[in-house]
Design a protein around this ligand. Structure first.
Ligand SMILES: C[S@@+](CC[C@H](N)C(=O)[O-])C[C@H]1O[C@@H](n2cnc3c(N)ncnc32)[C@H](O)[C@@H]1O
Length: 345
């Protein structure tokens, strides 16, 4: 029997080609089929599926936001037969011991817009939750599951697979992580830093003093203040009025090229400047003297002219040897940017 791993990969809209390029570097024999142009694709690799997922987790592609294995697929009947087939499959998987009794299971269902089926994703989830309760005697969960059952409904087919959340790179359906918008939230940009905190497993409360370059209107600054940090914010644009007068905050209403800071003043540097990567890189490199050795830097990079891998290489040439790249990742809230997680040497 030929071994063939099938997976569905998801990237931010417009970036699937880069995720595919990274997957091809990991698995030169990979074959791709687009499901949603520029965003969702199927890939096949002549290996065991778990080997593929493990290799992806260990050398995580920058532009692959989410991956789900496909263990079974059906042609769509476009009737309730689809739900019956899924239920039978999950029942078999349970009886084969592929899911342990008592494990917490999350069912995630995605449906393409062009999939013309008479049931909604929540009806698919409800049908599978029934199997989880009756066969597994377990409570279906949404977060913090032991396993995820992923169902993907394309224009013609139904795909299903089971994996551990870490193997999917994100435990959110399709990697589309959602945060609750607070009433007094200054900017949606805050979500980028929240997502970076989760995705990179950061604990900002260990830092004491942060430099926020390109800080206005202050979403990141307010987030760091909430985490108990002292913050110095640099931006020629105005910060949100609610931030003025905060004793933990120093504001330099200036271009980043015009500020003088103290040597080793900060243990965290963040930069979310929507400017050309080259200009941003130069400004950040010139301020690196203010970041202590061992300090963390979180930097968003605008992908203006595409060629993202070249952009990262050029930026790292500006930052090295002062900064070491721990991880580069395009986050869900990045849209057309990516985020670098670095450490000062
Ligand atoms: C995307 S916004 C930052 C949003 C911010 N992170 C937040 O959470 O509210 C980009 C900011 O970079 C600032 N910026 C652009 N060029 C700059 C420069 N040379 N020096 C300092 N700030 C700059 C802009 O004025 C703008 O306010």
């Amino acid at each position: 029997m030929t071994i063939l791993a099938k997976c569905i990969g998801t990237s931010n809209h417009g970036f699937a080609q880069y995720a595919q390029e990274e997957i091809r570097r990991l698995f030169p024999a990979a074959k791709f089929t687009l499901l949603v142009p520029t965003e969702v694709f199927m890939f096949e690799v002549p290996m065991e599926v778990q080997e593929v997922l493990t290799a992806i987790k260990e050398q995580e592609p920058i532009f692959l936001r989410h991956v789900q294995p496909v263990h079974h697929e059906w042609d769509l009947s476009r009737s309730d037969t689809d739900l019956d087939q899924l239920k039978t499959w999950l029942g078999q998987v349970v009886s084969l011991g592929l899911i342990g009794h008592g494990e917490k299971i999350a069912v995630q269902v995605r449906k393409e817009e062009r999939a013309d089926v008479p049931y909604a994703p929540f009806a698919v989830k409800a049908a599978l939750d029934e199997v989880i309760v009756s066969e597994l005697r377990s409570e279906p969960v949404v977060r913090q599951s032991d396993r995820i059952v992923s169902v993907y409904i394309s224009a013609n087919k139904l795909f299903a697979g089971i994996s551990k959340p870490a193997d999917n790179l994100s435990d959110w359906s399709g990697g589309a992580i959602r945060f609750h918008k607070e009433e007094d939230q200054i900017s949606r940009a805050k979500f980028k830093l929240l997502e970076a905190e989760q995705r990179f497993g950061l604990d900002f409360s260990y830092a004491r003093s942060a430099l926020d370059i390109g800080a206005a209107p202050g979403g990141w600054t307010s987030f760091l203040l909430e985490r108990g940090l002292r913050v110095t914010a640099i931006d020629p644009a105005a910060m949100h009025p609610s931030l003025y007068g905060n004793p933990m905050l120093t504001i330099h209403k200036k271009n980043a090229g015009d500020v003088k800071l103290r040597q080793d003043e900060f243990d965290l540097l963040v930069c979310d400047m929507s400017w050309s990567p080259r200009q941003m890189g130069r400004l950040v490199a010139d301020l690196l003297y203010a970041l202590q050795s061992g300090g963390t830097a979180i930097i968003t990079v605008k992908l203006m002219h595409k060629k993202p891998f070249q952009t990262i290489r050029e930026l790292m040439q500006m930052f090295e040897p002062s900064l070491f790249l721990i991880k580069a990742k395009q986050l869900f809230h990045n849209r057309e940017e990516l985020t670098l997680y670095l450490q000062k040497m």
